[in-house]
Design a protein. Structure first.
Length: 383
């Protein structure tokens, strides 16, 4: 670790001694203005009785398509459902392989396994994103698709990945679950592959008040197939065309998401400022996964890589600072997807160092300062 240079021990003591704040990792409360809009929207839906497939669903889909600059968007019941239905729409199944990074929420691998395909894990880089070289080395004649994950809201090296996909004639399905609003060279996440999948559960930057997700695409044919698949593979509620699940987007969730979409840019800007503040204070004492200059990060999480991670987390907890670890194990480290962890040296090291700091719109500058100084002081005292 580099030596401390910008925050003295005396300054840290003055700010921290005798002070114990309560700083939440995530704040899911809704402000008064948005709450009033949401309640009015819910009341309107309850009065009309159009609780399933109400006009709010199609309206929200159109808004998302416009925001992402795609021809179509199809609302679904969750981010995992988005991945599952995307794979089904492309007829990925038994005998096929899908390449994905070793580091992600296990739902990524579960969706691949659920359609009967085989998840092939590859290592990550120091930015915690899939390593294009490792991905290309893993391609076999059975590889049907690659599934890059925009982990924490950062964006994968899409120049390299699209070049590989085009050269090897392989489909890209983006797991952009945490990265709605992020972009790469000005192009929105979810729009590099043939299908892009987002989660909109309450924890996400654009979050519902329950489970929700959406798939974006430029293909009207795939859009139509996704609409069939999201309700048991049924067309016109009469003919089952394919085996699938009930994975529709609730009307109420669509209405709430449309309201929250109005303030998304403000949320992204606030998160970016928080990230800049963190980096300015703690970059000398912990590792921060790099973000390319042409990437707009959504900052779903603010993730650091640190020595003595568990001891630091305990120290922060004593000062009232809530942290989380996303994730404590690689996907092939789960019993359901057990693999040789020695095959992923970068990922294996990362999961022992990952710590996520408080990150949400309501986090004040003073609170970010308090968290940062607690980290600086911990390493200043302990090294």
């Amino acid at each position: 670790m580099a030596e401390l240079t910008d925050v003295s021990e005396a300054d840290a003591r003055a700010r921290l001694d005798g002070v114990r704040k309560s700083i939440r990792f995530m704040d899911l409360s809704v402000d008064a203005v948005a709450r009033r809009k949401c309640l009015n929207a819910i009341d309107s839906i309850l009065q009309t009785g159009l609780i399933l497939n109400g006009p709010e669903v199609e309206s929200f889909e159109q808004q998302v398509a416009a925001y992402c600059r795609t021809a179509c968007a199809v609302g679904v019941g969750s981010g995992t459902a988005a991945l599952y239905l995307a794979l089904k729409a492309l007829r990925v199944g038994p005998g096929d392989e899908v390449i994905l990074p070793a580091l992600s929420f296990v739902g990524t691998a579960n969706a691949v396994a659920a359609v009967g395909a085989h998840p092939v894990f590859v290592d990550i880089r120091d930015d915690l994103l899939i390593d294009p070289a490792a991905l290309e080395a893993a391609i076999t004649p059975r590889t049907k698709a690659i599934m890059p994950v925009h982990f924490t809201g950062n964006v994968c090296d899409m120049d390299a990945l699209t070049a590989i996909a085009e050269r090897r004639s392989i489909l890209i399905i983006e797991d952009a679950a945490p990265a709605f609003g992020a972009s790469y060279r000005g192009k929105r996440t979810g729009t590099f592959g043939i299908l892009g999948c987002f989660s909109m559960n309450p924890m996400k930057v654009l979050g519902a008040v329950g489970e929700a997700g959406i798939v974006v695409t430029q293909s009207k044919t795939l859009s139509s197939r996704l609409r069939d698949l999201r309700y048991h593979g049924m067309r016109d509620k009469d003919v089952c065309l394919d085996v699938s699940l009930n994975a529709r987007l609730d009307t109420i969730q669509a209405a709430i998401l449309a309201i929250r979409l109005e303030t998304l840019e403000h949320s992204l800007e606030r998160r970016a400022r928080i990230a800049q503040q963190y980096k300015a204070k703690i970059a000398n004492v912990v590792a921060i996964p790099p973000v390319a200059s042409y990437v707009r990060h959504s900052w779903y999480h603010y993730t650091i890589l640190c020595d003595r991670r568990d001891e630091l987390a305990a120290s922060l907890e004593r000062r009232g600072i809530e942290t989380r670890i996303y994730h404590s194990r690689l996907m092939p480290g789960h019993p359901a997807h057990a693999g040789d962890l020695d095959s992923y040296p970068v990922g294996r090291t990362a999961v022992g160092k990952i710590l996520c700091l408080p990150m949400h719109d309501r986090l004040s500058d003073d609170e970010v300062e308090y968290v940062s100084e607690a980290i600086v002081r911990y390493y200043g005292r302990s090294t």
